[in-house]
Design a protein around this ligand. Structure first.
Ligand SMILES: [Mn+2]
Length: 411
């Protein structure tokens, strides 16, 4: 059997932005690829929608997506048997059968119906949550067991409690939608309770949605794949190094391949490091780097810039005005800037004060030092006699100080 596997379409993502067509367009390519590859079965590993209660517009896109599959009628009606808690339901497909789990984005508490309940009722797919689906095509039996996305903290317990077992004489596949400990970078705040070693054994393939970058692990007796999302939503660094696409699993040959989407928005990720940088230096560096990146870019790429390091004294992240940069590059890329500068800590400031005290400076002298330091970082520079102004201010001669300042400004 030829089994196409995709995940995380996030239909409805980017509504109201220039990227609002992207989730749909790229998911459509995933469906078209499944048809082109003559897949007998399509598996979806969650987050079909971006929101737990999708808008009418998102629903319309979802149904348009499923209508792509109607372009290829199957030679025989395919029956999928769903088994949950010993309850059996039969679903008939005249198109490629689709079996799916819900993701974290569709998660709703048990008092509510989720989007996949609706899609199942509409005849689009068979929805699994701690359930299994069986189908037979040309004498080959496939059993898909799925656990929809659950809150990460409960995931390991849920997986153990569910405890799927492979069925003899069939191709056995598990669908999950969770974080996996080994796949999280150390700086990710997402928690994960499941490690690769916790995954059930004896399956031909374990498919996990949720993680948005595609990957493939061949563990002993466990073949684990992450299809990744078909659209970039999180702009993680790993997503810039791997294309979006679908997996095709040929069960008889036990052959697995990743097929990239033919058209996808390019994503560039860059990190810029600064040391006590002034605002102009930062703006100049960003401008230069963007020009370089965009000289080889195709179409209108997505660019994420991560700014790290430290700012010049007196400059805070909030003062860093990047509007002009954004404006200048608006036509050529979709830019996201993530500034993450070390802030001079309270402790460090306290240390500076303590040092000043040790030097037995008077409060006035310390004040003067501070003023002079801060002025060096402004455009005032040597525009006026700092000592004179300081003394005037220290003696409450504010009017006089203003007068001197406006005179020096004229000069
Ligand atoms: Mn997702």
């Amino acid at each position: 059997m030829r089994i196409a596997i995709a995940s995380d379409f996030h239909i409805g993502f980017g509504k109201g932005t220039e990227r609002e067509q992207e989730a749909f367009e790229q998911a459509k390519q995933a469906f078209e690829l499944a048809l082109k590859e003559k897949a007998d079965l399509l598996l979806l590993a969650g987050d079909l929608f971006d929101s737990d209660v999708p808008s009418q517009e998102a629903w319309l896109e979802m149904f348009k997506l499923f209508s792509v599959l109607r372009g290829q009628k199957q030679s025989e009606i395919c029956k999928v048997k769903k088994i949950k808690n010993e309850k059996v339901e039969n679903f008939l497909f005249s198109t490629i059968p689709v079996i799916a789990i819900a993701g974290t984005h569709e998660f709703r508490s048990k008092d509510f119906k989720n989007a996949l309940d609706v899609l199942q009722e509409a005849g689009c797919l068979v929805y699994l949550h701690a359930a299994k689906a069986e189908l037979e095509l040309s004498g080959e039996k496939v059993v898909v067991q799925g656990l929809s996305g659950v809150p990460e903290k409960k995931a390991l317990d849920a997986l153990k409690m569910w405890g799927p077992k492979p069925v003899q004489g069939a191709t056995n596949i598990v669908l999950l939608h969770q974080s996996i400990k080994e796949f999280l970078p150390f700086d990710d705040e997402m928690i994960a309770s499941i490690a690769l070693a916790d995954l059930p054994s004896g399956f031909d393939l374990i498919v996990d949605g949720h993680l948005h970058w595609s990957s493939q692990e061949n563990l002993e007796k466990k073949r684990f794949i992450v299809p990744g999302s078909t659209v970039i939503t999180q702009m993680k660094k790993l997503e810039s190094t791997k294309p979006k696409g679908i997996f095709l699993f040929e069960s008889k040959e036990n052959k697995l391949q990743f097929i990239p989407l033919p058209e996808q928005r390019q994503f560039l990720f860059e990190k810029l490091e600064f040391r006590e940088a002034r605002a102009e230096q930062i703006r100049e560096a960003i401008g230069k780097r963007l020009s370089g990146l965009l000289s080889n870019a195709k179409g209108k790429p997505l660019v994420k810039l991560k700014l790290k390091g430290s700012l010049a004294k007196g400059l805070t992240q909030a003062d860093l005005d990047l509007r002009e940069i954004r404006e200048n590059f608006r036509e050529n890329c979709i830019i996201a800037i993530d500034a993450d500068f070390e802030q001079a800590s309270f402790k460090q400031k306290l240390q500076e004060l303590r040092e000043a005290q040790l030097g037995k400076k008077s409060i006035a002298a310390m004040g003067f030092d501070l003023l002079e330091k801060n002025l060096q970082e402004t455009q005032f520079k040597n525009a006026f006699d700092v000592k004179r102004i300081f003394d005037l201010l220290a003696n409450n001669e504010i009017d006089k100080a203003v007068e001197v300042l406006s005179e020096s400004k004229k000069g």
